[in-house]
Design a protein around this ligand. Structure first.
Ligand SMILES: Nc1ncnc2c1ncn2[C@@H]1O[C@H](COP(=O)(O)OP(=O)(O)OP(=O)(O)O)[C@@H](O)[C@H]1O
Ligand SMILES: O=C(O)C1=C[C@@H](O)[C@@H](O)[C@H](O)C1
Length: 286
């Protein structure tokens, strides 16, 4: 038996970080991770991604095999243009791509949210997340903007959103598992208010408030948020646990926001909200 499967999943950016109160909101962006899974009769699943801890993608493949009662080994590989450990959901995209590529190899189908929950369980197994990050995983899988309850693994809302997106990506890496959970959770009552804004569909205001609150909790600079707003961005926030920032920007202001952010150091990526979501089968491959 030798079966090969492929898939491509999205990066995402934050409207509301769920670490404070387990409720989160995020939107898919046009950055991608592709995975290839080759299943065979070898005794174990192995990762082949030089320089990256492969436990997350190996567990993602293993959990899909367990779900279908298949005994197999093999290899999982990924290619990505999502900067790692910056808050842009590289882990959610890697897990989703590995899950979908395994389904592709097996010729099996799962409801997209069930597939997402398998990736979240693998992220917990691999210890790369605080809440399971079902918000990020759903945005990566479904595209558009989502609002979720990460404790109950429930999708509360999803809608399409049209916007250009700018990302400021500092050099430094911050792994989600190392975030300051204690300081974040002190702000849970404020996060509840941001959640109400997100659930009401007021994503820009929710996002900017989230950014100010989490920059303060995590002792990260809020200057990129003010610089983006001063240059005409509709909203800006720290993304996830940082250190990257995301802004929703109208076409005519993109050059100004990009110039303001370039002054702050780091890389600026121009992208847009992706409403299509992750796809199974051959696609983009970095
Ligand atoms: N392309 C990839 N292939 C395999 N594993 C990956 C890949 N990208 C990320 N990962 C896994 O995800 C881990 C990083 O997860 P982490 O949550 O810290 O970063 P992030 O998802 O980019 O940030 P955030 O969750 O704040 O958006 C890596 O250590 C690795 O285990
Ligand atoms: O690890 C986690 O549980 C999370 C990490 C960040 O990406 C957050 O944005 C997300 O809401 C939750």
């Amino acid at each position: 038996m030798r079966r090969r499967g492929t898939a491509t999943a999205l990066g995402a950016a934050t409207v509301l970080n769920a670490v404070a109160n387990w409720k989160g909101s995020a939107f898919g962006v046009d950055l991608k991770t592709s995975a290839e899974v080759v299943l065979d009769e070898s005794p174990a699943v192995k990762g082949d991604v030089p320089g990256i801890d492969d436990r997350l993608i190996v567990r993602s493949v293993e959990r899909v095999l367990e779900r279908f009662g298949v005994v197999a080994g093999g290899v999982v590989r990924t290619w990505s243009d999502i900067p790692l450990a910056r808050g842009l959901k590289s882990s959610s995209a890697a897990a989703n791509a590995a899950v979908l590529a395994t389904l592709d190899a097996l010729g099996e189908d799962l409801d997209p949210l069930e597939a997402t929950r398998i990736g979240v369980a693998a992220a917990r197994d691999a210890g790369v997340t605080i809440t399971g990050a079902f918000d990020d995983a759903s945005a990566s899988m479904l595209g558009g903007v989502v609002v979720t309850d990460n404790r109950r693994l429930e999708l509360l809302k999803r809608e399409e959103m049209e916007s250009e997106v700018l990302l400021l990506v500092p050099e430094e890496k911050i792994f989600s598992k190392e975030t300051d959970v204690g300081r974040s959770r002190l702000l849970a009552p404020v996060a509840d208010l941001i959640f109400d804004l997100a659930l009401a569909g007021d994503y820009p205001r929710a996002m900017t408030l989230n950014g100010l609150v989490y920059c303060s909790a995590l002792r990260l600079p809020s200057d990129p948020i003010f610089a983006a707003l001063a240059s005409g961005a509709r909203s800006a926030s720290l993304s996830g646990t940082g250190p990257a920032y995301a802004a929703l920007v109208e076409d005519e202001n993109i050059d100004d926001v990009e110039a303001a952010w370039l002054h702050l150091g780091g890389r600026v990526i121009r992208t847009e909200v992706n409403n299509q979501g992750s796809i199974r089968g051959p696609g983009w491959r970095g």
